[in-house]
Design a protein around this ligand. Sequence first.
Ligand SMILES: [Zn+2]
Length: 284
Amino acid sequence: MIGGPDRNRARREALALLKRCGIEKPEEIHLELIAWHAFRALVQERPLSHCNARVVRGHFQSMITVASGTTLGRRRFNVGHEMGHLTLHPEVNQLALCSVKEGLWQYRARPEEPEANFFAAELLMPEPLFRPRCQDGEPGFDMIEHLAGEFQTSLTATALRYVEQGPWDCCAVWSQNGNIRWISTSESFRWKVREGRLGPRTYALDFAESLDKATLLRKEVAALQWLESDRGVARVREQSRPIGAEGLLTLLWVEADPGEEWWGEELDEPDPERFTPDGRRRRW
Ligand SMILES: [Zn+2]
């Protein structure tokens, strides 16, 4: 395959599959039934050492094998990932797929792997069902944990979907022992998150350095603890969850400075009751 991953095709195919199966609610996304109905694929669990899951295609029947001992949410994502390969990559040598190390999909190595992940995310948390559920209410892990329960997905996969589908300027940061490993931002997120070591006064760093102070609550934090610039920032909040023994997932919400939003807009006469004399900043 040439070129980068085709996210739109992966999502389109996942939604088409759900439609063919007549699925309209999260609890109807029964992967084993869908795998059999759509691909004549059985799902089995086995100890796997070099990958989380794999698929063997046959003429009459296929077999999806997922690593035993994983949580329900991860297991479902792995099954969805293999169903993505069955749908999107029928011609690709199956032995070349899903060869991963350390339990992490090789996102950059081959376009097939992220495509299968996009497919799995859409299959398990379809936009028409997921997006309306994360538009209202107080943003935070309470909401994400609720959604993870409803869609039977892992906290990490649900958080990434929430960042993508929610209405906030939000990003997810994965760190291990205080060092940032990856960052995933919403489309509207326009700030650059500092890479490397977590900021010394972040609440996230408490999980690595002073566990007795660590908090699961959503807290306001100085913008420059997380961002390279605080331009256009009114407020930053963070909230973290340890994920197994592997690492820490932190969500950041940035509230934009409304003055920045007004900047550049064609305003007639600024109302002195509502704006500073230079007309840039809205009074609150
Ligand atoms: Zn794969």
